[in-house]
Design a protein around this ligand. Structure first.
Ligand code: NDP
Length: 452
């Protein structure tokens, strides 16, 4: 019983803070999980004795490396790259790669930690990892992005593999970047394996992977609304971001009969009271993925829409449901109060940890339908898991089958959250449910392995 003495939550969080100096995002993510897991573990000595939470909150390894590349003017540029392999108790490490100037070791450690629980929730055999670089793809030519991706992979390739660690896309990493990285991996290793997901359809990708995160977040929202006898149809939605997750969340809201009012990027948000229809979403997709422009351009094309700059976020726009789909900590306690005061009934996170701890506490206290990203945005990694299965079997599944898998997986995650998050009064604490369901699966596998 050497390790089973009661360690209270505050002491645990103190320890995490001390061991991870200058890493606030990581501490925040661990704290949010620990708040729920301590209650769950209270009468379960086996997890205490094996120090399971302490072990999950210590990445298996953090790989940090230099990435040199040459810009179009012949200047040598130096970036830092990372891969955080958090936990592979239930499958190969799996999680995206992010290219954004805000990327730090803390951000990637929080994302890899969250990914461990998220991947467990999907029911598929995937561990948790995350990687990236502080490289800023904005304003770079395609040749510059290619040279950067090749240099990044020239180091990363030795740490990944179809049965070891399978990266995917994330902020700043879409189909183009996955293509450049997969091409370099193939060149170095001379192997065509499912080492990355989010690949193009011609070279091993899966149908609906691109759409899966945004669609999945709306399916999860629909599942939550159904517990109240409600539906997406007729609801107004405020969405942040204008990238992969945001545009596909918007698309699914529209398909289900809802009205999307906003989209954003790091410069500000657009508000279109007439509704952002499928035609307009298609225009935004082209703007962001082909022309690589800014969301402010929307108001020049669509009359009646307004742009609010200065990095403003859309949470003050009156809505029934909100989907934060841009980045971490984009919705704070004050924003949460604003949404609640305006009558927002449900929040489904497309981004990872977009709501800060204060905001999470306010949503929980108000007992609205609130889904944390690790549950509601798991559709993307779930279809990545299906891409891995298709690659292993060297087959391609039909779109209808994949759509059904995605619907079933999101419904399954909702059911897991309800199992561990219901308080018996009809209220479901989705944060608690997701944390406990994800933890239990990983923890039980770790117990089986002994002390490794
Ligand atoms: P994209 O790069 O396609 O889009 C990101 C969007 O968020 C852009 O509109 C971007 O604006 C905005 N954004 C990024 N950083 C900031 C910031 N610091 N402040 C304000 N806006 C910001 O990324 P994704 O859509 O793929 O990812 C969005 C979120 O969803 C992330 O949290 C990601 O981790 C999460 N996620 C993504 C998955 C996927 O399958 N892609 C899977 C699960 C989660 P700008 O262009 O100005 O930078």
């Amino acid at each position: 019983m050497a390790n089973s003495e009661h360690v209270d939550l505050a002491r645990f969080v103190d320890g995490v803070t001390r061991r991870n100096p200058g890493q606030p995002e990581f501490v925040q993510a661990v704290t949010e999980v620990a708040e729920d897991i301590f209650g769950f573990m209270a009468d379960k000595v086996k997890y205490h004795e094996a120090q399971i939470l302490r072990r999950i909150a210590e990445p298996d390894r953090v790989i940090s490396f230099r990435v040199c590349w040459e810009d179009d003017k012949g200047n040598i540029r130096v970036q830092r790259g990372w891969r955080v392999q958090n936990n592979n108790a239930i499958g190969p490490y799996k999680g995206g790669i992010r290219f954004h100037p805000s990327v730090t070791e803390s951000v990637l450690k929080f994302l890899a930690f969250e990914q461990t629980f998220k991947n467990a929730l999907t029911g598929l055999p995937m561990g948790g990892g995350k990687g990236g670089s502080n490289f800023n793809p904005k304003g770079k030519s395609s040749n510059e992005v290619m040279r950067f991706c090749q240099s990044f992979m020239t180091e990363l390739y030795r740490h990944i593999g179809a049965d070891v660690d399978v990266p995917a896309g994330d902020i700043g990493v879409g189909g183009r970047e996955i293509g450049y990285m997969f091409g370099q991996y193939k060149r170095i290793t001379n192997q065509f394996t499912g080492v990355l997901t989010g690949k193009g359809l011609e070279w091993g990708g899966s149908l609906i992977r691109t759409e899966a995160t945004g669609y999945g977040a709306v399916y999860f929202l629909q599942n939550m609304l159904m517990t109240k006898g409600n539906a997406v149809a007729g609801k107004t939605a405020v969405i942040s971001g204008s990238g992969n997750v945001a545009t596909h969340a918007a698309e699914k809201i529209v398909q289900l009969g809802g009205k999307v009012l906003t989209l954003s990027d790091s410069e500000g948000f657009i508000h279109d009271p007439a509704g952002i229809t499928q035609d307009k979403i298609d225009w935004v997709k082209e703007l962001k993925t082909v022309r690589r422009g800014r969301i402010s351009e929307y108001v020049k094309h669509f009359k009646g829409a307004t742009f609010t700059g200065g990095g403003a976020r859309p949470w003050g726009v009156v809505c029934d449901v909100a989907l934060p789909c841009a980045t971490q900590n984009e919705l704070d306690g004050r924003d949460a109060e604003t949404l609640l005061a305006n009558g927002c009934m449900a929040v489904s996170e497309g981004a990872n940890m977009p709501t800060d701890l204060d905001g999470v506490h306010r949503f929980k206290a108000a007992r609205i339908l609130y889904a944390p990203g690790k549950a509601s945005n798991a559709g993307g990694v779930a279809v990545s898991g299906l891409e891995m299965s298709q690659n292993s079997a060297r087959i391609s599944w039909k779109e209808a089958d994949l759509q059904q898998h995605l619907l079933d997986i999101m419904a399954g995650i909702h059911a897991s959250c309800a199992e561990y998050g219901s308080d018996g009064t009809g209220y479901i604490d989705y944060v608690k449910g997701a944390n406990i369901a994800g933890f239990k699966k990983v923890a039980d596998a770790m117990l089986a392995y002994g002390v490794v």
